[in-house]
Write a protein that binds this ligand. Structure first.
Ligand code: NDP
Length: 287
Protein backbone atom coordinates (compact mmCIF):
# COMPACT_ATOMS: atom_id res chain seq x y z
CA UNK A 1 0.00 0.00 0.00
CA UNK A 2 1.18 3.50 -0.71
CA UNK A 3 -0.20 6.34 1.38
CA UNK A 4 -1.77 9.53 0.06
CA UNK A 5 0.30 12.50 1.20
CA UNK A 6 -1.41 15.32 3.08
CA UNK A 7 -0.22 18.59 1.56
CA UNK A 8 0.02 20.94 4.55
CA UNK A 9 1.37 23.76 2.41
CA UNK A 10 -1.64 23.62 0.13
CA UNK A 11 -4.12 23.57 3.01
CA UNK A 12 -2.29 26.37 4.83
CA UNK A 13 -2.60 28.41 1.61
CA UNK A 14 -6.35 27.78 1.66
CA UNK A 15 -6.57 28.92 5.30
CA UNK A 16 -4.58 32.06 4.41
CA UNK A 17 -6.99 32.84 1.55
CA UNK A 18 -10.01 32.34 3.81
CA UNK A 19 -8.42 34.59 6.43
CA UNK A 20 -7.65 37.27 3.85
CA UNK A 21 -11.30 37.38 2.76
CA UNK A 22 -12.55 37.57 6.37
CA UNK A 23 -10.03 40.27 7.27
CA UNK A 24 -11.27 42.34 4.31
CA UNK A 25 -14.85 41.98 5.60
CA UNK A 26 -13.81 42.94 9.11
CA UNK A 27 -11.91 46.00 7.88
CA UNK A 28 -15.11 47.23 6.19
CA UNK A 29 -17.18 47.08 9.38
CA UNK A 30 -14.56 47.46 12.15
CA UNK A 31 -10.78 47.54 11.66
CA UNK A 32 -7.83 45.28 10.80
CA UNK A 33 -6.93 42.65 13.42
CA UNK A 34 -3.76 43.44 15.37
CA UNK A 35 -1.10 41.02 16.61
CA UNK A 36 1.53 42.10 19.14
CA UNK A 37 4.74 40.08 19.03
CA UNK A 38 7.37 40.19 21.77
CA UNK A 39 10.83 39.05 20.75
CA UNK A 40 13.53 38.99 23.41
CA UNK A 41 17.21 38.53 22.59
CA UNK A 42 18.94 37.59 19.37
CA UNK A 43 18.23 33.88 18.92
CA UNK A 44 18.47 33.51 15.10
CA UNK A 45 15.81 30.79 14.95
CA UNK A 46 13.36 32.95 16.94
CA UNK A 47 14.13 35.91 14.65
CA UNK A 48 13.22 33.77 11.60
CA UNK A 49 10.02 32.42 13.21
CA UNK A 50 8.90 35.94 14.13
CA UNK A 51 9.68 37.30 10.71
CA UNK A 52 7.73 34.45 9.03
CA UNK A 53 4.75 35.09 11.28
CA UNK A 54 4.84 38.82 10.57
CA UNK A 55 5.08 38.26 6.81
CA UNK A 56 2.11 35.90 6.95
CA UNK A 57 0.11 38.51 8.90
CA UNK A 58 0.93 41.20 6.40
CA UNK A 59 -0.07 39.00 3.47
CA UNK A 60 -3.62 38.57 4.82
CA UNK A 61 -4.05 42.13 6.13
CA UNK A 62 -3.40 41.54 9.86
CA UNK A 63 -1.42 44.40 11.41
CA UNK A 64 1.56 43.15 13.41
CA UNK A 65 3.39 45.18 16.02
CA UNK A 66 6.79 43.92 17.05
CA UNK A 67 8.36 44.68 20.41
CA UNK A 68 12.04 43.78 20.33
CA UNK A 69 13.94 43.63 23.61
CA UNK A 70 17.63 42.95 24.38
CA UNK A 71 18.71 39.59 25.84
CA UNK A 72 19.61 41.31 29.13
CA UNK A 73 16.04 42.31 30.12
CA UNK A 74 14.42 41.37 33.42
CA UNK A 75 11.11 39.60 33.94
CA UNK A 76 9.60 42.94 35.01
CA UNK A 77 10.68 44.59 31.75
CA UNK A 78 8.94 41.89 29.71
CA UNK A 79 5.86 42.01 31.96
CA UNK A 80 5.61 45.77 31.39
CA UNK A 81 5.48 45.23 27.60
CA UNK A 82 2.91 42.46 27.95
CA UNK A 83 0.72 44.79 30.05
CA UNK A 84 0.96 47.54 27.43
CA UNK A 85 -0.22 45.15 24.72
CA UNK A 86 -2.97 43.82 27.05
CA UNK A 87 -4.24 47.38 27.44
CA UNK A 88 -4.03 48.32 23.74
CA UNK A 89 -7.55 48.15 22.23
CA UNK A 90 -6.16 47.73 18.69
CA UNK A 91 -4.26 44.56 19.67
CA UNK A 92 -6.33 41.35 19.47
CA UNK A 93 -3.59 38.78 19.90
CA UNK A 94 -0.31 38.63 21.80
CA UNK A 95 2.52 36.26 21.03
CA UNK A 96 5.60 35.95 23.20
CA UNK A 97 8.25 34.18 21.14
CA UNK A 98 9.85 31.37 23.14
CA UNK A 99 12.38 30.57 24.46
CA UNK A 100 12.97 33.57 26.71
CA UNK A 101 16.45 34.15 28.19
CA UNK A 102 17.19 32.15 31.36
CA UNK A 103 16.83 35.09 33.75
CA UNK A 104 13.27 35.78 32.56
CA UNK A 105 10.50 33.84 34.31
CA UNK A 106 8.69 32.33 31.32
CA UNK A 107 5.74 31.09 33.34
CA UNK A 108 5.04 34.52 34.87
CA UNK A 109 5.24 36.14 31.44
CA UNK A 110 2.84 33.66 29.82
CA UNK A 111 0.44 33.98 32.76
CA UNK A 112 0.45 37.76 32.35
CA UNK A 113 -0.85 37.60 28.76
CA UNK A 114 -4.56 38.43 28.84
CA UNK A 115 -6.47 35.15 28.26
CA UNK A 116 -8.67 37.16 25.87
CA UNK A 117 -5.63 37.87 23.67
CA UNK A 118 -3.77 34.58 24.17
CA UNK A 119 -3.70 33.49 20.51
CA UNK A 120 -1.07 30.84 21.29
CA UNK A 121 -3.55 29.16 23.66
CA UNK A 122 -0.91 28.65 26.38
CA UNK A 123 -2.68 30.44 29.25
CA UNK A 124 -4.08 28.01 31.87
CA UNK A 125 -7.53 29.60 31.49
CA UNK A 126 -7.57 28.68 27.79
CA UNK A 127 -6.13 25.22 28.49
CA UNK A 128 -8.92 24.72 31.06
CA UNK A 129 -11.61 25.93 28.65
CA UNK A 130 -10.37 23.41 26.07
CA UNK A 131 -10.48 20.59 28.58
CA UNK A 132 -14.10 21.35 29.60
CA UNK A 133 -15.10 21.38 25.94
CA UNK A 134 -15.52 25.17 25.57
CA UNK A 135 -12.41 26.18 23.65
CA UNK A 136 -11.62 29.89 23.26
CA UNK A 137 -8.09 29.81 21.85
CA UNK A 138 -6.57 26.43 20.97
CA UNK A 139 -2.80 26.31 20.61
CA UNK A 140 -1.81 26.57 16.99
CA UNK A 141 -0.14 23.23 16.19
CA UNK A 142 -2.96 21.07 17.64
CA UNK A 143 -5.58 23.31 16.01
CA UNK A 144 -3.72 22.94 12.70
CA UNK A 145 -3.70 19.15 13.03
CA UNK A 146 -7.48 19.02 13.53
CA UNK A 147 -7.96 21.39 10.62
CA UNK A 148 -5.86 19.14 8.37
CA UNK A 149 -7.81 16.04 9.43
CA UNK A 150 -11.11 17.81 8.74
CA UNK A 151 -10.04 19.16 5.37
CA UNK A 152 -8.89 15.66 4.37
CA UNK A 153 -12.26 14.26 5.48
CA UNK A 154 -10.79 11.89 8.08
CA UNK A 155 -13.54 10.33 10.21
CA UNK A 156 -12.74 10.73 13.92
CA UNK A 157 -15.95 9.65 15.66
CA UNK A 158 -15.54 6.25 17.29
CA UNK A 159 -12.03 5.83 15.86
CA UNK A 160 -9.00 4.88 17.88
CA UNK A 161 -6.48 7.74 18.11
CA UNK A 162 -3.03 7.35 19.62
CA UNK A 163 -0.98 10.44 20.48
CA UNK A 164 2.70 9.87 21.21
CA UNK A 165 3.89 12.77 23.40
CA UNK A 166 2.20 14.54 26.30
CA UNK A 167 3.57 18.08 26.11
CA UNK A 168 1.34 21.01 27.04
CA UNK A 169 1.74 22.59 23.61
CA UNK A 170 1.11 19.57 21.37
CA UNK A 171 0.38 16.14 22.88
CA UNK A 172 -2.20 17.03 25.54
CA UNK A 173 -4.19 19.62 23.56
CA UNK A 174 -4.33 17.46 20.42
CA UNK A 175 -5.60 14.57 22.57
CA UNK A 176 -8.30 16.87 24.01
CA UNK A 177 -9.37 17.96 20.54
CA UNK A 178 -9.58 14.37 19.29
CA UNK A 179 -11.56 13.39 22.38
CA UNK A 180 -13.97 16.28 21.84
CA UNK A 181 -14.55 14.88 18.36
CA UNK A 182 -15.48 11.49 19.83
CA UNK A 183 -12.30 9.58 19.05
CA UNK A 184 -11.14 7.03 21.62
CA UNK A 185 -7.82 8.52 22.64
CA UNK A 186 -4.67 7.01 24.15
CA UNK A 187 -1.78 9.30 25.15
CA UNK A 188 1.68 7.71 25.18
CA UNK A 189 4.95 9.01 26.61
CA UNK A 190 8.48 7.96 27.46
CA UNK A 191 7.31 5.42 30.06
CA UNK A 192 4.64 3.76 27.92
CA UNK A 193 5.10 0.01 27.73
CA UNK A 194 4.72 -1.81 24.40
CA UNK A 195 4.59 1.51 22.55
CA UNK A 196 4.70 -0.17 19.14
CA UNK A 197 1.72 -2.34 19.98
CA UNK A 198 -0.30 0.66 21.17
CA UNK A 199 0.64 2.61 18.04
CA UNK A 200 -0.34 -0.31 15.84
CA UNK A 201 -3.88 -0.12 17.23
CA UNK A 202 -4.33 3.45 15.99
CA UNK A 203 -6.64 4.52 13.20
CA UNK A 204 -5.15 7.99 13.69
CA UNK A 205 -1.56 8.13 14.91
CA UNK A 206 -0.08 11.47 15.99
CA UNK A 207 3.67 11.55 16.72
CA UNK A 208 4.88 14.55 18.74
CA UNK A 209 8.02 13.24 20.37
CA UNK A 210 11.08 15.11 19.09
CA UNK A 211 13.00 11.91 18.20
CA UNK A 212 14.04 11.56 14.58
CA UNK A 213 12.19 8.77 12.74
CA UNK A 214 11.32 6.92 15.94
CA UNK A 215 7.99 5.60 14.67
CA UNK A 216 8.73 2.81 12.19
CA UNK A 217 6.60 1.45 9.38
CA UNK A 218 5.79 -1.75 11.30
CA UNK A 219 4.15 0.37 14.06
CA UNK A 220 1.53 1.68 11.63
CA UNK A 221 -1.78 -0.10 11.20
CA UNK A 222 -2.54 -0.66 7.49
CA UNK A 223 -4.61 2.24 6.21
CA UNK A 224 -4.09 4.45 9.28
CA UNK A 225 -3.79 8.23 9.14
CA UNK A 226 -0.35 9.30 10.35
CA UNK A 227 0.30 12.86 11.52
CA UNK A 228 3.96 13.64 12.06
CA UNK A 229 4.51 16.73 14.22
CA UNK A 230 8.24 16.26 14.76
CA UNK A 231 10.85 18.64 13.40
CA UNK A 232 14.33 17.17 13.80
CA UNK A 233 17.45 18.52 12.14
CA UNK A 234 19.91 15.86 11.00
CA UNK A 235 23.43 17.14 10.48
CA UNK A 236 24.83 15.79 7.21
CA UNK A 237 28.41 16.84 7.72
CA UNK A 238 30.56 19.72 6.63
CA UNK A 239 29.29 21.90 3.80
CA UNK A 240 25.97 20.02 3.67
CA UNK A 241 22.67 21.62 4.62
CA UNK A 242 21.02 19.92 7.63
CA UNK A 243 18.14 17.62 6.67
CA UNK A 244 14.74 18.01 8.33
CA UNK A 245 13.02 14.80 9.36
CA UNK A 246 9.96 14.04 11.43
CA UNK A 247 9.30 11.65 14.32
CA UNK A 248 8.05 9.08 11.82
CA UNK A 249 10.20 7.19 9.33
CA UNK A 250 8.31 8.51 6.31
CA UNK A 251 9.53 6.01 3.69
CA UNK A 252 8.55 3.03 5.84
CA UNK A 253 5.31 4.44 7.25
CA UNK A 254 4.06 5.57 3.83
CA UNK A 255 4.07 1.89 2.84
CA UNK A 256 1.49 1.09 5.53
CA UNK A 257 -0.54 4.26 6.12
CA UNK A 258 -3.58 5.39 4.16
CA UNK A 259 -2.79 9.08 4.67
CA UNK A 260 0.40 10.67 5.96
CA UNK A 261 1.90 14.13 6.54
CA UNK A 262 5.42 14.76 5.24
CA UNK A 263 8.15 16.70 7.06
CA UNK A 264 8.61 19.43 6.01
CA UNK A 265 5.37 20.54 4.39
CA UNK A 266 2.84 18.78 6.61
CA UNK A 267 1.86 20.08 10.05
CA UNK A 268 4.42 22.94 10.09
CA UNK A 269 2.72 25.32 7.64
CA UNK A 270 -0.61 24.90 9.45
CA UNK A 271 0.84 26.28 12.70
CA UNK A 272 1.26 29.81 11.32
CA UNK A 273 -2.07 29.53 9.50
CA UNK A 274 -3.79 28.87 12.86
CA UNK A 275 -2.05 31.86 14.45
CA UNK A 276 -3.64 34.05 11.78
CA UNK A 277 -6.99 32.36 12.32
CA UNK A 278 -6.86 32.83 16.11
CA UNK A 279 -5.93 36.51 15.77
CA UNK A 280 -8.73 37.05 13.29
CA UNK A 281 -11.24 35.23 15.54
CA UNK A 282 -10.21 37.42 18.45
CA UNK A 283 -10.85 40.59 16.43
CA UNK A 284 -14.14 39.22 15.04
CA UNK A 285 -15.36 38.63 18.59
CA UNK A 286 -15.04 42.37 19.22
CA UNK A 287 -16.08 43.81 15.86
P1 NDP B 1 8.43 17.85 24.23
O1 NDP B 1 9.88 17.55 24.32
O2 NDP B 1 7.84 18.91 25.09
O3 NDP B 1 7.61 16.51 24.49
C1 NDP B 1 7.99 15.29 23.92
C2 NDP B 1 7.09 14.20 24.42
O4 NDP B 1 7.53 12.99 23.82
C3 NDP B 1 7.11 14.00 25.93
O5 NDP B 1 5.81 13.82 26.42
C4 NDP B 1 7.95 12.73 26.10
O6 NDP B 1 7.55 11.91 27.18
C5 NDP B 1 7.66 11.98 24.82
N1 NDP B 1 8.77 11.07 24.50
C6 NDP B 1 10.08 11.34 24.48
N2 NDP B 1 10.78 10.24 24.17
C7 NDP B 1 9.88 9.25 23.99
C8 NDP B 1 9.98 7.88 23.67
N3 NDP B 1 11.16 7.30 23.44
N4 NDP B 1 8.85 7.17 23.59
C9 NDP B 1 7.64 7.74 23.78
N5 NDP B 1 7.47 9.04 24.10
C10 NDP B 1 8.59 9.79 24.19
O7 NDP B 1 8.15 18.14 22.68
P2 NDP B 1 6.98 18.99 21.95
O8 NDP B 1 5.66 18.38 22.20
O9 NDP B 1 7.18 20.43 22.19
O10 NDP B 1 7.40 18.74 20.42
C11 NDP B 1 7.45 17.46 19.86
C12 NDP B 1 8.01 17.54 18.47
O11 NDP B 1 7.16 18.35 17.67
C13 NDP B 1 9.38 18.19 18.36
O12 NDP B 1 10.10 17.57 17.31
C14 NDP B 1 9.08 19.63 17.99
O13 NDP B 1 10.16 20.24 17.28
C15 NDP B 1 7.88 19.45 17.11
N6 NDP B 1 7.00 20.60 17.06
C16 NDP B 1 6.56 20.97 15.82
C17 NDP B 1 5.69 22.02 15.67
C18 NDP B 1 5.21 22.37 14.30
O14 NDP B 1 4.78 23.48 14.08
N7 NDP B 1 5.23 21.43 13.37
C19 NDP B 1 5.26 22.82 16.81
C20 NDP B 1 5.70 22.30 18.09
C21 NDP B 1 6.54 21.23 18.18
P3 NDP B 1 7.68 12.34 28.74
O15 NDP B 1 6.57 13.31 28.97
O16 NDP B 1 7.51 11.07 29.46
O17 NDP B 1 9.04 12.95 28.88
Amino acid sequence: MSARIIDGKKWAGVVHEEARARVAELVKRFRAPGLGVILVGDNPASRIYVSNKEKACEAVGIRSVEVTMPATVTTEDVLAEVRKLNADPAIDGILVQLPLPDQVDEERVLLAVSPEKDVDGFHPENVGLLSIGKPRFVSCTPAGILDLLDREGVELKGKRAVVVGRSNIVGKPVAMLLLARHATVTICHSRTELLQVVCHSADILVAAVGKAEMVRGSWVKPGATVIDVGINRIDRGEGQKAKLVGDVCFEEAAGHAGLITPVPGGVGPMTIAMLLKNTLLSAERKG
